[in-house]
Structure formats: structure tokens, C-alpha cells
Design a binder for this molecule. Structure first.
Ligand SMILES: NC(=O)c1ccc[n+]([C@@H]2O[C@H](COP(=O)([O-])OP(=O)(O)OC[C@H]3O[C@@H](n4cnc5c(N)ncnc54)[C@H](OP(=O)(O)O)[C@@H]3O)[C@@H](O)[C@H]2O)c1
Length: 276
């Protein structure tokens, strides 16, 4: 069985749901297999525009009752209300349930929906919107091999996806790939600002920074390449890159990045505790 044979329902039709829907459509899933429960009328209109045949609804329970795979794509703070709604209803036997909500543990989902529910928790990231996401999945006990394969196939339509066996590492994942795009955007933003201060026209600064970031990411995508070695290929002793890197090192960039990721991981753990 593949995802093309399944009815897929979404609870919440915002950014992440739309990223996954976009991926599924690109992968050839017929739009008529997709149903989205979404309270906001403008968003429902947006969803209907994604492809002819997508159905929308305001009734979470109706969508949940008809889905072979149900994706919970609401904000974490909305999750308790959604779980309370779904808890009391009958859903198809063998339904696979994916949650993309940051910081909501499998135990919370199982506590609300019952220990027999086939649950997969996913930490996607924002570049899923452009098909270049990084998703990390963790499955509850009892999720079958074929359900794991379906979950992976779904997330792979939005970019790369991989399994993590130890859920306690999800806060570290959130700190790295979940929040990570923002760190790169910040660096690019700072480079764009500096480039204009060096006298480059804003449009040129924008193109130079973004294309350079994309080029560096493409080079680094070959994981057999060591990052320090890649950096060395751009850094001649006594040259321009060395001058810039020396300033960053003197300013403590290594410690700053380490403390930043630790802060994100710890904040994730704190938020997760409040949702248990
Ligand atoms: N966006 C990311 O980069 C990203 C990355 C990793 C994980 N995530 C996770 O993905 C989840 C969704 O995030 P998002 O960025 O897609 O948020 P979003 O754009 O706000 O989408 C959530 C949608 O759920 C709708 N909603 C609110 N209450 C609902 C209810 N009771 N039943 C059904 N739908 C309801 C919202 O409608 P209203 O606007 O009318 O409230 C909104 O359209 C979050 O849990 C987040 O942690 C997102």
C-alpha cells in the first residue's frame, strides 16, 4: 500500500498542513483523497485553490472519522481542545495518526486518544513549504512497519525525512532542524545589512547573499564532505576569508552558537513539560 491508496485528513489547514498537502500533490496523490478541517473561511478558500478536488470542512470529527491517515497540524496550544474532541469518537481501525505539533509528547497524544492508537510524532521544518524540508519522525510502540513506511513516504514528499528512536532527543531536533532555518535567515539578514553598509546596492546585496547561501548549502549537501574542510577550500592563509573568520572567532561565535542551540533545546523541554 502507498499513500496514493489512502484517504488523508488534516486537522488544521495552516502553513504546515499546506506544506505537506503540496508535497503529496507533487507526489501524485489525487486531490480528491485529501480533506482538511479548518475553522477559518479564508484559509478554507486558500486550501480549495491548491488543487481541484480538495475537500474542506469545519468539522474535525467528520474529517477524523473518514481518514486512513490523520494529520494533526494545529498549534500546540490548540492541541488539548482538538484531542478532547477526537477522544470520544470512533475512527477507522488501523488509522495512522501523525502529529506535527512542536513539543507535544507521544504520551500526551496516547493519553488522550488511547494506547492502541498508531501514533507518529513529527518535527518538520519551514522549508517543507518549498519541498526542501527536514522532518524527523518518532513512532509510538505498536506502529507497524507498513505504517512507519507510510509516514516516512508522506514526509519525504516535503523534503528529507528520517526516524529517531529516542523521543527524548526531539527537543534537540527542534533546536537544530526545527528552529534552524531561522538561524540561517538571521545570518543572511546580517550579511545583507553589512553588504549594503559596504556600499553595495540593496538588490545586489540580496542576490549575493541568497545565492551564496544556496551555493554553500548545495556544496554541504554532500555529507561525505567535512564542513571544516569545505571552509578551508575558501580560506587562504592571510586572505580575506581568514580575516572575516578571525573576527567571528574572536567574538566567540562557537560559544554563541552552542549556547543558542542549548537554549532552544531547553526551552523546548520546558514547553513540552507544560503540555504533558
Ligand atoms: N510552520 C512551521 O515552520 C512549523 C515547523 C515545525 C512544526 N510546526 C508545527 O505545525 C503545527 C502547525 O503550525 P502552522 O505553522 O501550520 O500553524 P498555522 O499556520 O497557524 O496553522 C494552524 C491552523 O489550525 C487552525 N485551527 C485552529 N484551531 C483549530 C481547531 N480547533 N481545529 C482545527 N483547526 C484549527 C488554525 O486556524 P486559525 O488561524 O483560524 O486559528 C490554522 O489555520 C504547530 O503545532 C507547529 O508546532 C510548524
Amino acid at each position: 500500500m502507498t499513500i496514493r491508496d489512502l484517504d488523508i485528513g488534516f486537522i488544521g489547514g495552516g502553513n504546515m498542513a499546506q506544506a505537506i498537502i503540496g508535497g503529496l500533490l507533487r507526489a501524485g496523490l489525487p486531490a480528491t483523497r485529501l480533506t482538511v478541517a479548518e475553522p477559518d473561511a479564508a484559509r478554507r478558500g486558500q486550501l480549495a485553490q491548491l488543487a481541484a478536488g480538495i475537500r474542506t470542512s469545519t468539522a474535525n470529527t467528520a474529517v477524523a472519522a473518514a481518514a486512513d491517515v490523520l494529520v494533526l497540524a494545529v498549534k500546540p496550544q490548540v492541541m488539548p481542545a482538538v484531542l478532547a474532541e477526537l477522544a470520544g469518537q470512533r475512527r477507522p481501525a488501523g488509522q495512522l495518526l501523525l502529529s506535527v505539533a512542536a513539543g507535544v509528547p507521544l504520551a500526551t497524544l496516547a493519553g488522550a486518544l488511547g494506547p492502541g492508537t498508531a501514533l507518529v510524532r513529527v518535527m518538520p521544518n519551514q522549508p517543507a513549504l518549498v519541498g526542501a524540508g527536514m522532518s524527523v519522525l518518532v513512532a509510538a510502540a505498536g506502529v507497524s512497519a507498513s505504517q512507519r513506511a507510510l509516514a516516512l513516504e508522506m514526509l519525504q514528499t516535503t523534503g528529507r525525512a528520517l526516524w529517531l528512536e529516542d523521543e527524548s532527543l526531539m527537543d534537540a531536533v527542534t533546536a537544530v532542524s526545527g528552529s534552524g532555518p531561522a538561524y540561517f535567515y538571521l545570518l543572511m539578514e546580517l550579511m545583507e545589512d553589512s553588504a549594503t553598509r559596504l556600499g553595495l546596492p540593496a538588490g545586489i546585496a540580496r542576490s549575493l547573499v541568497r545565492q551564496t547561501a544556496m551555493g554553500a548549502a548545495c556544496s554541504a549537501a554532500d555529507e561525505s564532505q567535512d564542513l571544516a574542510a569545505l571552509r578551508a577550500t575558501v580560506t587562504s592563509p592571510g586572505g580575506t576569508t581568514a580575516a572575516a573568520v578571525a573576527v567571528m572567532e574572536q567574538a566567540g561565535i562557537r560559544d554563541t552558537v552552542s549556547r543558542a542551540l542549548t537554549a532552544a533545546r531547553d526551552r523546548g523541554a520546558e514547553l513540552g513539560r507544560s503540555k504533558r
